[in-house]
Structures are given as C-alpha cells and as structure tokens.
Design a protein around this ligand. Structure first.
Ligand SMILES: C[S@@+](CC[C@H](N)C(=O)[O-])C[C@H]1O[C@@H](n2cnc3c(N)ncnc32)[C@H](O)[C@@H]1O
Length: 334
C-alpha cells in the first residue's frame, strides 16, 4: 500500500540532528469530495446548456427511485448511465432521482451536505460502519453506495492506518505521539484504542468542523486521556509536539497543488527522527469518481503517482528519496 517515502535531509539542520524524516503520500483510489468552505477548496461546476435525458433512461431512473435504489443486477446499467452522462444532462438526471437525493440516503447526504461540505464526519463514519438505511424506500441506494470502490477504499485506508499504528507502537520508546490532520469522526482512532487498551499513543486530532470534533469526542469518551482535540484549520494549526506519525486521509485531495506542497513543508518538520508523514489522496483510476460527482455533487482533486512525486520534490525531497507503491486494488496508493 505504500506509495511514497521521502526523506527531507535538507531540513535536518533546523530540527533534529541526524534526523531521517520520512514522508509517505498515499493516493487513495476512491471517493470524491470537494469542500466548499474556504478559498483553498473550490468546486468545479461547468456552465452548460441543459439537455433532457432519454425517455428510456428517465423510465429506468424513476423505477429505481420506486424501489429504493438499484438492485445488484442493475448496477452495471445504472453506472453506465452515470458514466456516459453529459454535464448538460446532470440537472435532469438529479431531478429524476430527487426523491432519493435527501438525507435518508448516503448519496443524498453527500448531495445535501448538511454540514456545509461533502465528506463530512457523518458520511465517513457511516462508510466505516457499512451503514444501510433499514427503510426499504432507501436501502438499495445505500447498499449500492457501500459497494462502490470509493467506499471500499475509505475502509481500506482505515485498515492501513490501524496497521501503521500497530507498527509504530512496536518501536522503542515510551509515549508516542500521532497527529491526525482532518480527523473527522476519529473512528479509526477509536478502533485502534479499543483494540489496544495498553497503547502508549497520545493522539492530537485537528479538524475545523466543531460537529466533527464533538462527534469524535463523544465516541471516544473512554479514551479522553489519550486524545487531545484542536478545532482549527490545518493550514493554521501550530503543533507544539514532535510526532512519530502524522496521518492525513480524506483531506489533501481537496487541496490545490500549492497548498498540498505547503502542507508538506509546514508539517514534516514536526516529525521525530524516523517519523513518518502519511497522506492519502485518491488516484485518477478511481472508478467511483464520476458517480460521486453526479450523484452527490462531490468533487475531489485526483492525483497520479507522478503528481505526488512532483509535489514531494517541490517540497524539497530528492527524486531518489521517493518511493511509490499501490494497494492491491490499485485504488489506494500509499
Ligand atoms: C473526509 S473527512 C476524513 C476524516 C478522517 N481523516 C478519516 O479518514 O476518517 C475530512 C475531514 O477533514 C476536515 N477538514 C477539511 N478541511 C479542513 C481544514 N482545512 N482544516 C481542518 N479540517 C479540515 C473536515 O471537517 C472533515 O472532518
């Protein structure tokens, strides 16, 4: 799953003598989201002349709404309609399924954006717990959503995080620190601490959404001694610790390249000697990309290995120090 490992030797002098700092960038081939909250994250909405859907497609879509979403035998046809949809047909498409595009479905939650941005803590938590609305009016939609490569990749990245934490925990040293940028529901942290009651980790969680922080706190009440929360934009947060691991998934794929590079430069210096900075980013080969855009108006900056390497180099890593790897599905580059 490992994609990129970087060493930032040129910054050694400023931080830790003989430091051997590592950075891993992961391209997570899946879910699409764009946060419309600040200048750094802007949606890409084309200006278009609207076109009607064909009568046949309309009929098919109305029938799906009637039965609460596509059944497995209809996934291929439904996905083909979406992938072939012109931007000019988008509004008509959404209109045809509007009764399902509400908070009762995961696709609708993505579309409505009750917290003001896509990819909020609530939908991420529901992806992790494989939530399906028990109301038959909606459950097929949720089953379809949870079956998408994007949703699988989100769950895969949590597993990857748990695995990395376990490896870091085995390293020598007493207390170890992990910083999470864009921590969302902190379901990943919750799972780790539940499964490892003797863990020596201290987690610092940074998120700019108070709702995400409140949710993370409430589900991690038993671990309040191990977690500190910071409600602040990651672009402004100033760490006052050094970290064994800095982890960020589901955040950098909303950043423009210049902010991506800025964030590497800003945070890598807070790594301890041998520490790792792991960043997740969806890759171009994400098959769920168009689906998320069409169904949930959820846009991400997808990136290639080459993009990651280029940005790592811009952040002062040398080419030899960059290693690219990919998860088994080819969705997730870590
Ligand atoms: C898609 S969620 C990912 C949550 C978590 N990393 C995970 O993978 O389970 C992204 C989170 O990043 C937060 N976020 C987005 N932009 C941010 C920013 N500029 N500063 C701090 N938090 C941010 C959102 O509020 C949201 O909770």
């Amino acid at each position: 799953m490992r994609i990129i490992a970087l060493e930032f030797n040129c910054y050694q002098l400023f931080f830790v003598a003989k430091a051997r700092l590592q950075l891993r960038l992961s391209v997570i081939y899946s879910i699409a989201r764009i946060i419309v909250i600040n200048d750094y994250m802007k949606p890409m909405r084309p200006t278009v002349i609207l076109n009607q859907l064909s009568k046949e497609d309309q009929k098919f879509l109305y029938a799906l709404v009637e039965k609460g979403g596509p059944e497995p035998g209809e996934y291929t046809e439904f996905t083909a309609i979406i992938n072939n949809l012109e931007d000019s047909e988008l509004e008509y498409f959404r209109d045809a399924i509007k009764e399902s595009l509400n908070e009762n479905t995961l696709i609708g939650h993505g579309y409505v954006k009750p917290f003001g941005y896509p990819g909020d803590f609530n939908i991420i938590h529901n992806i992790y717990r494989l939530y399906v609305n028990p109301d038959e009016k909606y459950s097929n939609w949720d089953r379809f959503f949870q079956n998408q490569a994007g949703a699988h990749a989100v769950r895969n990245r949590k597993d990857y995080f748990l695995q990395r934490c376990a490896e870091v925990e085995k390293l020598e040293g007493d207390e170890k620190r992990i910083l999470i940028l864009g921590s969302g529901p902190a379901t990943d942290v919750n799972e780790y601490l539940k499964n490892n009651p003797d863990s020596k980790f201290k987690f610092d969680l940074v998120d700019f959404d108070q709702n995400a922080i409140s949710f993370a706190k409430s589900q991690n009440m038993d671990f309040s001694d191990s977690i500190e929360y910071f409600k602040i934009n990651v672009l402004r947060f100033k760490p006052y610790h050094w970290y064994n691991l800095i982890w960020s998934a589901g955040l950098f794929d909303y950043f423009k390249d210049k902010h991506f590079v800025y964030m590497i430069g800003k945070y890598y210096k807070y790594l301890v000697n041998g520490g790792e900075f792991i960043i997740g980013n969806f890759s171009h080969s994400n098959p769920t990309k168009r689906l998320m855009e069409v169904l949930s108006d959820w846009y991400l900056v997808h990136r290639s290995k080459h993009d990651l390497i280029r940005m790592a180099i811009e952040a002062n890593a040398s080419e030899e120090q960059v290693e690219v790897d990919m998860e088994e599905l080819g969705v997730d580059l870590v």
